[in-house]
Design a protein around this ligand. Structure first.
Ligand code: FES
Length: 603
């Protein structure tokens, strides 16, 4: 297509008038001329001729797009993301809603970041999806976006990108899968994999049993149905205002999910005319709501990293101290594994879902925050009822008295680390023990399988070089495997520590996200086997009992491990990834990094 360097006039006024939709039932609060897509399709010039003729090449008549907002549907479907298998059909439901409301839908596929298959870890690719989302929206004639995600990193990835782009956007969660089932027993994603794996290693179940668990633990499309990272992040997406009311709890296989898809399509068209953008919705108060909900849900530890990154993209300075503040006052009332002991997301949905949970903790929420529904959070949750008060407990009967996460600080983690007190053996809340330190996963794995290795119940198992740069990508290795010797003694928990993350479906006395990470020379790099580590969760402290002089001596001897990447995306990741307490965003994607990106110029 030839370039036309001169600026050319817009369409004649008569045609504009015809398009302005005076007879349309839609509230055209944004003038038609202000639609971004108008710059591609509107002008009477050679370039726009190309855009229009190419739309016609795809079989669209001008009536199908003229005067209508173009809605981009960012779809993270792929054949290797089992949690998003239904997105191939659901995208048609979104399109149906967009068409009903007078929009023009276009599907834009994006990397699917499947938690099940992507190596070395999906965390390497959260920011990749964020950049892809932002640039897909920026570079195309898009006025508003429906973001289709749910499998762990896809939710923050899509929201980070859409927030930076800041055109109207609505998030459509994939929805949790059905409960797992094996021999009549309910199985929960992740949690029961770890549980029955330990039972197999301890000789309590057979190989045949293990195969049964493998076939029964994931019975339908949809995201993990424990309170893992997926359910945590979709709840956060809703509580921060980016999902239609109740949408994050609807099961993927429920017909209500199809209706949610269509409704999201209808609503985004209105949001374009209202110019309701992510940064108008995602205020500091909205992020505080998300933290409160995360705490009450018994959220995944990953919530901290993603929420900090999301808030900073929206220009809100949320940090570990905000989590600590809410952790002290908001109890865990969502009785969903792994914090709770019995229920799964299917039960949570039937018990009233997130609207009911938010209504229960409304005293901790800023109810005036605006949401994608066009109404306030308070209006969205008004009258929401709990139908099973063992699944969604009243504040007077929580499953854990304080929030599910705690931030510890001390000479081993000056920039903080995280533990999940609600999902661990409570005897480790205050503990001192000797460290067994491993520099890489294979050597640690070998040691825990060795029944002669001198682990004791008091030992602290430590893995380092597993952080944002060291992992690389901060893999979910943080629920370090229990030593076989201790399992055979009947133990199922011990204090474990790393600069890695942990799956939200995991449990145990695992200290995570130690910052700064060891790979860049954080104090964890100086720890030696035999050093005593002390933690006091109530006092929020973590300490290695090594003198400052000795630490200085060790620092002088420390050498940084070899670089993980020499080229490509991995190299860029290593150059720009920030530490866990900063949300692991790329430094150059921060809101305050340089001048804002301008809109594309169309010649
Ligand atoms: Fe996709 Fe757990 S693997 S949500």
């Amino acid at each position: 297509m030839p370039e036309t360097p001169e600026a050319t006039p817009d369409l004649p006024p008569r045609e504009l008038e015809a398009e302005s939709g005076e007879n349309s039932p839609l509230p055209h609060r944004k003038p038609l001329e202000e639609l971004r897509s108008r710059r591609w399709f509107g002008p009477a010039d050679l370039r726009s001729f190309g855009h229009r003729s190419r739309a016609m090449q795809m079989g669209y008549a001008p009536e199908e797009w003229t005067g209508k907002p173009v809605i981009g549907i960012i779809n993270t479907w792929s054949d290797l993301n089992p949690c998003h298998v239904h997105f191939k059909q659901r995208v048609d439901d979104v399109k149906r809603g967009i068409l009903m409301a007078g929009g023009f839908p276009v599907e834009l596929p994006a990397i699917s970041v499947s938690e099940s298959y992507v190596k070395p870890t999906t965390m390497m690719y959260r920011n990749f999806l964020a950049m892809e989302t932002e640039e897909l929206l920026r570079s195309h004639p898009i006025d508003g976006a429906v973001l289709m995600g749910g499998c762990d990193k896809t939710t923050p990835g899509l929201l980070l990108g859409a927030t930076s782009m800041n055109i109207p956007a609505i998030f459509l969660p994939a929805g949790p899968m059905l409960r797992g089932n094996w021999q009549g027993k309910t199985l929960g994603s992740g949690s029961d994999s770890w549980k029955y794996w330990d039972e197999l290693r301890a000789g309590k179940i057979t190989d045949q049993d293990w195969l049964g668990v493998e076939g029964g633990i994931a019975r339908s499309y949809g995201t993990c149905m424990t309170m893992g990272t997926a359910s945590t992040m979709t709840a956060i997406a809703e509580s921060v205002g980016m999902v239609l009311p109740g949408g994050s709890s609807i099961l993927a296989a429920d017909a209500g999910h199809i209706r949610l898809a269509s409704e999201s399509g209808r609503r985004i068209v209105e949001m374009v005319w209202e110019d309701l953008t992510p940064q108008k919705i995602q205020t500091r108060e909205a992020f505080e709501n998300a933290i409160a909900v995360a705490m009450a849900m018994g959220c995944s530890t990953n919530a901290i990293i993603h929420l900090i990154a999301m808030a900073r993209r929206a220009g809100q300075d949320i940090g570990l101290d905000d989590f600590e503040r809410y952790s002290r006052k908001v109890p865990v009332i969502g009785n969903v594994r792994p914090s709770g002991n019995a229920y799964l997301m299917e039960d949570f949905f039937y018990a009233g879902g997130i609207r009911a949970l938010m209504n229960e903790i409304r005293e901790f929420l800023h109810l005036g925050c605006l949401t994608v529904s066009g109404r306030t959070l308070g209006e969205n949750i008004e009258g929401a009822k709990v139908y099973n008060d063992d699944v969604i407990r009243p504040l007077s009967n929580p499953i854990y008295g304080e929030g599910s996460l705690a931030v510890l600080k001390g000479n081993l983690a000056p920039s903080g680390c995280v533990i999940k007190p609600a999902a661990m053996d409570q005897k480790f809340l205050k503990h001192s023990g000797p460290a067994f330190v491993f520099d890489d996963y294979p050597s640690m794995k070998k040691a825990v399988e060795d029944e002669n290795y001198p682990f004791t119940p008091d030992s602290v198992l430590v893995l380092r070089n597993a952080g944002p740069q060291g992992g690389p990508g901060m893999p979910e290795w943080g629920m370090l495997p229990m030593p076989k010797k201790l399992l055979k003694m009947g133990l199922r928990d011990m204090l474990r520590l790393s600069d890695a993350r942990m799956s939200g479906t995991s449990y145990g006395a695992c200290i995570l996200h130690v910052a700064p990470e060891s790979f860049v020379g954080g104090p964890l790099a100086l720890l030696k086997t035999g050093d005593i580590i002390s933690i006091d969760v109530d006092a929020r402290t973590i300490h290695m009992e090594v003198t400052d002089e000795e630490l200085e001596r060790r620092r002088a001897e420390w050498k940084q491990p070899e670089k993980r990447f020499e080229r490509g995306y991995g190299w860029m990741f290593s150059q720009h990834i920030q530490q866990a307490d900063q949300g692991c965003d790329f430094d150059f994607l921060r809101t305050d990094f340089g001048a804002p990106v301008s809109e594309p110029v169309i010649f």
